[in-house]
Design a protein around this ligand. Structure first.
Ligand SMILES: [Zn+2]
Length: 267
């Protein structure tokens, strides 16, 4: 965290909300919103009380994540929360509505064969990627509101995301690949982040739409998320993802092999 010359030192309970830019108190923002979870669980009508317990055990307890080549793999706790991100107002009235709408749009795009509500889903993809980046990382730097410029844009209905959001369809069991997350770090942030929602591959990278696709993401067949249907997307095999060093890292780790075999046995 940097502060401009002459600004007073921040005291311990100082918090600038990353959603609204106002001094306030932080809340815990769930990594996975309940409506997004319903899509991952393939249970769009799941009663509220059943969603979070369904993510705790059994099939969903076996997923792993990687935050970069030099970091160890960890089990994903889908019910984890990100601290120091949002105030209560933004949690309930900005992030909540974005993810509730995105949950419906995801279900339509992934399952019902509809044309992607791409403007909304691009905003959600970046919001989700940012949350995941800070999952299990120290969030003290977020207390200064450093994400306000980006989150205030993502929360604004109708705003467009001009950074890359690539998608492809995975020719694999959608239960086995109901979820996956990797990111390759450049030190301070991700070079790219890739995740899977029910067999749909997402890759976001902090690179302008106006620039050619950079390596190594250019080696994976994907298209920019625009007004496409799932059936229009490139069909790729899980091994195509190994062009990304962060995925190669996971595949080389014995534990993912074990996690996958657990899932393959009990999808
Ligand atoms: Zn706020």
């Amino acid at each position: 965290m940097t502060t401009s010359a002459g600004s007073p030192p921040l005291d311990d309970d100082y918090f600038i909300c990353n959603g609204c830019g106002a001094p306030s108190s932080p809340t815990e923002e769930h990594l996975v919103h309940r409506d997004i979870a319903r899509v991952l669980l393939a249970a769009p009508k799941s009663p509220r009380r059943d969603v979070r317990p369904s993510l705790e055990g059994g099939f969903f307890s076996g997923f792993v994540h990687s935050n970069g080549q030099n970091q160890s793999l960890g089990r994903v706790n889908f019910n984890a929360a990100i601290d120091n991100l949002l105030c209560g107002e933004c949690n309930r009235h900005k992030a909540g509505p974005l993810e509730a709408q995105a949950g419906k749009a995801l279900q339509s795009f992934l399952v019902d064969g509809a044309v992607a509500d791409f403007s909304l889903l691009r905003r959600w993809a970046w919001y989700f990627a940012l949350k995941f980046w800070w999952y299990k990382r120290p969030t003290e730097d977020l207390r200064a509101g450093v994400l306000f410029p980006v989150l205030s844009t993502l929360f604004r209905e109708g705003s467009s995301v001009d950074l890359r959001v690539r998608v492809a369809d995975l020719a694999a069991d959608h239960n086995l690949y109901s979820y996956m997350w990797v990111a390759e770090s450049d030190g301070a942030f991700f070079k790219y982040a890739m995740w899977v929602t029910r067999g749909l591959v997402w890759i976001v990278l902090p690179s302008s739409l106006l620039l050619p696709m950079p390596e190594p993401v250019s080696r994976v067949p994907t298209v920019e998320l625009m007004n496409v249907r799932r059936s229009d997307l490139p069909r790729i095999r899980p091994r195509n993802l190994a062009a990304l060093p962060a995925v190669e890292n996971i595949l080389a780790d014995k534990r993912i092999g074990e996690a996958i075999s657990v899932h393959a046995g009990r999808p």
